[in-house]
Design a protein. Structure first.
Length: 61
């Protein structure tokens, strides 16, 4: 399976070993850590909608 990009921090994630994932609007998103998943789940449109911008990995996981 191809690599995926964590929509929150923009890190490359292997879907087979991703520590977290979410479904949104019929699409599966993979995350490098549970903290990124929590951020995504709070406001998915911030990361996949029109307002999606550059992520930053400066948060604590």
């Amino acid at each position: 399976m191809a690599k995926s990009i964590d929509p929150v921090c923009k890190m490359e994630v292997d879907p087979a070993t991703a520590p977290a994932r979410s479904e949104y609007k019929g699409q599966t998103y993979y995350f490098c850590a549970p903290g990124c998943k929590r951020e995504f789940d709070k406001n998915p449109e911030k990361y996949v909608g029109a307002g999606a911008g550059q992520g930053s990995h400066g948060q604590a996981h």
